[in-house]
Design a protein. Structure first.
Length: 106
C-alpha cells in the first residue's frame, strides 16, 4: 500500500475516496529510559532510548493507518500527516491521519 504526504500519486488516478483514516499509538513513561535520557541531556548527545521508542510508536500508528485504510476499501492513503502530542504528564501520542483512496494505474 502506498502511504504518501502528497494528495496524488504520479502515474496513478484516484478512482474512489473512502474517507479519513487515523492510526494512533500512545507511548508511556519508563523510569529507566527517563533516567538515561536525563543523563544524556546533561552530558549532551542524542537519546537513543527515546528515539527508538518514538520510531516504534510512529511505525505502530502508520501500520494502524494502513489497516484502517484497507478496511475502508482503499489501496492507498494520501495526505498523510503525523502529529505528536503530550497526553497527561508522562505520555506521548503519535497520530497518523490521511485519506483512504483507491488508485488505478494509468
Amino acid at each position: 500500500m502506498i502511504l504518501t504526504t502528497t494528495h496524488n500519486v504520479e502515474g496513478h488516478r484516484i478512482t474512489a475516496y473512502h474517507g479519513v483514516v487515523v492510526g494512533e499509538a500512545i507511548l508511556g513513561a519508563n523510569v529507566v529510559r527517563d533516567l538515561f535520557a536525563g543523563v544524556t541531556d546533561i552530558l549532551g548527545g542524542r537519546s537513543g532510548a527515546y528515539e527508538k521508542s518514538l520510531a516504534e510508536a510512529r511505525d505502530t500508528a502508520m501500520r494502524e493507518l494502513e489497516q484502517r485504510a484497507q478496511v475502508a476499501g482503499g489501496n492507498c492513503v494520501v495526505g498523510v500527516d503525523l502529529d505528536y502530542e503530550v497526553v497527561g504528564n508522562s505520555m506521548l501520542m503519535v497520530s497518523a491521519s490521511g485519506t483512504s483512496v483507491t488508485l488505478e494505474t494509468l
